[in-house]
Design a protein around this ligand. Structure first.
Ligand code: NAI
Ligand code: MG
Length: 507
């Protein structure tokens, strides 16, 4: 990241909005957490962290590579084999996890600011959403630690038998997370893996390593035994690829792009790691003519614009009944025009910058593609300002099903609106399903019966009715089709972090 404005208050140390806890992370050398200790990368290499709101370097962190991954995997293996975590009474395991949740809550403001600085998201949103979700996920799975059960089975062979199953930890789990929800993604990955007794090596995204540095400190403070949780900062092509290829890893869980998901799957083939993938989406939003528009218009705007549209479940294909099409499109465009863009740390900011220049260029190029394909921009359509990676929330009307902007994941604040006729409900369902993705969808209608029937026919892992991207630890989450393998959250996630053992005894 050369050419950054390093000379100007590089770490924002005079920014009076920041907490002492945030300064402490920004000024720290940003070490890796390996085997219960903070260590520099074996190579001594570091990389810069950039604030996407002003393009300044705010911190430098350690750059993990193959050797660090190997050390972390070995530490996790030792911790797994000596079973200090796995054989700890589950109630005690749950207590350590609950303690971590309490510590995150005590540092809520630090976490909200770190994710805002790093990712760009509004601090108010991080405070109201990201931090409580992460805390809730750790508490939810802390409760599960004591509820991992098996079953007893009745055999038909002559004689007396005791046949039962146990759910046991898979072993050493590698986890790779993206940059759109840094703290939340770490919580989603770590909590179910730890509740079930696995040991973990987690790598943060190169764009957003900061909140995991604070999390690493709190993990030690909470009392996790050494080696149980190892946290690395580093690049996907180096540290991430080394994790996916490592023969000492029993399972890999990844969230990110569909193309990297495929790469990970291939790398996992060598030692047949268990694989969980949480990938992209192009989620349809279906608005019927009987929908409560006072609820629906802000709801569908929120579905695409929240978190700058950098959400895997973003409602990016908006199918609207023709009778209400103009009103909904005008309403969403009006909201887009009024959203207050700015530095995420400003309290009144409603939309921050995109995470990186790369992401800004990607999103902006899709907007150009959309124009060339003949879709009409009715809001936004351009970068805002020339410092910071700000993109105006953008609404396309006259989009059609073959366009790239309708087919490909943009991962930014860009929505394509398309009308349908109510008589064509079958047609709109098949259009909604005509995508390689299958992560999420939403249905907006007052007709309860019809809404559920449509929900049953949508090929997606999450379907919301009269809401969108409602996330709760109790409700499972994951993709159909090329949106992924396996599920996170809820009881389902526990299955993917356990192996089932069948024990059969002749009595
Ligand atoms: P990415 O998939 O490259 O990065 C996500 C994570 O994977 C990061 O931690 C990265 O370091 C790691 N990674 C990258 N290459 C790897 C490799 N060869 N082996 C192992 N790990 C690797 O996503 P990127 O490039 O940041 O964004 C590109 C597009 O991906 C976005 O525009 C969006 O469409 C999609 N995306 C989807 C996300 C989701 O939540 N489903 C999250 C982030 C990106
Ligand atoms: Mg990438």
């Amino acid at each position: 990241m050369s050419g950054q404005q390093r000379e100007l208050d590089p770490r924002g140390q005079s920014d009076t909005r920041l907490t002492a806890g945030v300064f402490d992370v920004l000024k720290s050398p940003g070490h890796l957490l390996i085997d219960g200790e903070f260590v520099p990368a074996a190579s001594g290499r570091v990389f810069d962290v950039v604030n996407p709101a002003n393009e300044r370097v705010i911190a430098t962190v350690a750059e993990a590579d193959v050797e660090d991954v190997d050390r972390a995997v070995k530490a996790a293996r030792r911790a797994f084999d000596d079973a200090t975590w796995g054989r700890m009474p589950p109630a005690e395991r749950g207590r350590v996890m609950w303690r971590l949740a309490d510590l995150i809550e005590q540092h809520a403001e630090d976490f909200a600011q770190l994710d805002s600085l790093d990712n760009g998201k509004p601090v108010a949103a991080a405070r109201a959403g990201d931090v409580p979700i992460a805390v809730g996920v750790f508490r939810y799975y802390a409760g599960w630690a004591t509820k991992i059960t098996g079953e007893t089975n009745t055999l038909s062979w002559p004689g007396d038998w005791l046949a039962y199953t146990r759910r046991e930890a898979v072993g050493v789990v590698a986890q790779i997370i993206p940059w759109n929800f840094p703290l939340v993604s770490a919580a989603w990955k770590l909590a179910p893996a730890l509740a079930t007794g696995n040991t973990v090596v987690l790598k943060t995204a190169e764009q957003t390593p900061l909140s995991a540095i604070l999390l690493s400190r709190l993990i030690l403070e909470a009392g996790f035994p050494r080696g149980v949780v190892n946290i690395l900062s580093g690049f996907g092509e180096k540290a991430g690829a080394a994790m996916a290829a490592h023969a000492g890893v029993d399972k890999i869980s990844f969230t990110g792009s569909t193309s990297v998901g495929r790469t990970i799957l291939r790398a996992a083939a060598d030692n047949l790691k268990k694989v969980t993938l949480e990938l992209g989406g192009k989620s349809p939003v279906l608005v019927f003519d009987d929908a409560d528009l006072d609820l629906t218009i802000p709801g569908v705007a929120q579905a695409i614009f929240s978190n700058q549209g950098e959400v895997c479940t973003a409602g990016s294909r908006l199918y609207i009944h023709e009778r209400v099409f103009d009103r909904v499109v005008e309403g969403v465009a009006e909201i887009a025009d009024k959203l207050k863009l700015g530095d995420g740390l400003n309290e009144d900011t409603q939309m921050g910058p995109l995470v990186s220049n790369e992401q800004l260029q990607r999103v902006a190029s899709y907007v150009d593609v959309g124009r060339k394909e003949g879709a009409e921009v009715v809001a936004g359509g351009k970068r805002v300002g020339d410092i910071g990676y700000f993109m105006a929330p953008t609404v396309f009307a006259n989009a059609t099903s073959g366009m790239r902007i309708v087919r490909e994941e943009i991962f930014g604040p860009v929505v394509c609106a398309m009308p349908f006729k109510k008589e064509d409900v079958d047609a709109v369902i098949s259009e909604a399903n005509d995508t390689p993705y299958g992560l999420a969808a939403s249905v907006w209608s007052r007709d309860v019966s019809m809404a559920h029937k449509v929900a049953h026919r949508l090929r997606a892992g999450s379907v919301w009715i009269n809401c969108h991207t409602v996330i709760d630890p109790a409700q499972t989450f994951g993709g159909f089709k090329q949106s992924g393998w396996g599920r996170e959250l809820g009881e389902e996630a526990l299955r993917s972090y356990t192996e089932v053992k069948a024990i059969t005894a002749q009595l």
